[in-house]
Design a protein around this ligand. Structure first.
Ligand code: SF4
Length: 288
């Protein structure tokens, strides 16, 4: 029987406490290499699952919210705004706020002269909308005065703007400028890559470094979109749907590792669906 082995190697970009964990299947020779790393098998299976699902990020992610017909500078600014609003905010709420902003004409010029209280009203209920209204107006002023009315085309330039951090800057570079300079690590990417045991890190910043050392550059851009949708639909922060996940037998964090357990969880979820259906019928049948 082929034997499953776990090899741990240190990474020059990781501290010793977060050494890179590379799990390899013993395929007859003991020299595991990155081609055998489990991340590749996991990514293939996640792609397979993602091909069958439509996640909020697919239809309402920040890459969808800027006006594609707008003049390039305005389009880039709208991408930046969508990303600035997206933190701590569900995609649906962000998409609705972006629509309201675009209805008012979303450009550097309009935001510069917009009263902050009106901006707050338009942004609400986006997370931290009051702070974001101030950041947006400060950003519009900075872009007008220091960047010739355009957004910066470097990570450093973007990170110099109020409220913009590395994750956001990387996504702006990818979506607005078509350049991939690093992996954009949000809460989904951080959680899932640790759950799957690809890396062992305590913060998104450390995750970015560890993933950039683990994954080939061709995966740096797609990995964010792939894992965000997977995290929204299946590998959620609380109660991930392990019983229906193709990784359930190999994922170190799976709550459904054995066939028996999977069947139990599936039965439980069928029972819940049945009760919910019966409740729905009862509600429908109740006299007005
Ligand atoms: S088995 Fe569960 S924890 Fe592991 S990747 Fe799938 S959904 Fe996430």
């Amino acid at each position: 029987m082929p034997k499953r082995v776990i090899a741990t190697s240190s990474s020059s970009e990781c501290t010793s406490s977060e050494s890179k964990i590379v799990k390899v299947e013993d395929s007859g020779n003991s020299s595991g290499n990155s081609e055998n790393a489990t991340w590749r098998r996991d990514v293939d299976l996640i792609r397979k699952m993602r091909a069958e699902m439509v996640a909020p990020v697919d239809t309402m992610g920040c890459h969808k919210l800027a006006d594609p017909l707008a003049e390039p500078k305005i389009h880039r600014f709208q991408v930046l705004v969508a990303l600035m609003l997206s933190s701590q905010t569900r995609d649906e709420v962000n998409a609705a706020a972006m629509k309201r902003l675009k209805d008012h004409g979303l450009s550097i010029q309009t935001i510069r002269v917009f009263p902050v209280t009106d901006l707050e009203r338009i942004l609400c209920p986006v997370g931290f909308y009051k702070r974001k209204a101030v950041y947006l107006q400060q950003t519009a002023k900075i872009l007008g005065e220091k960047f010739s009315g355009d957004i910066p085309d470097t990570l450093d330039g973007l990170c110099s703007l109020p409220g913009v951090g590395p994750k956001m800057a990387n996504l702006v570079m990818q979506i607005a400028w078509g350049k991939c300079e690093g992996i954009a690590v949000d809460t989904h990417v951080h959680r899932i890559s640790n759950r799957l045991g690809w890396i062992k890190t305590s913060t998104p910043e450390k995750t970015q470094k560890a993933l950039e050392s683990l994954l080939p550059k061709s995966e740096w851009q797609p990995i964010n979109h792939l894992l965000v949708g997977f995290g929204q639909m299946l590998c959620q922060p609380i109660k991930p749907k392990c019983a229906t996940c193709l990784l359930r037998f190999t994922c170190p964090s799976s709550t459904a590792k054995t066939e028996e357990k999977v069947e139990k969880l599936a039965k439980k979820s069928r029972k819940t669906i049945k009760i919910e259906k019966e409740d729905a019928l009862e509600i429908k049948e109740e006299p007005e």
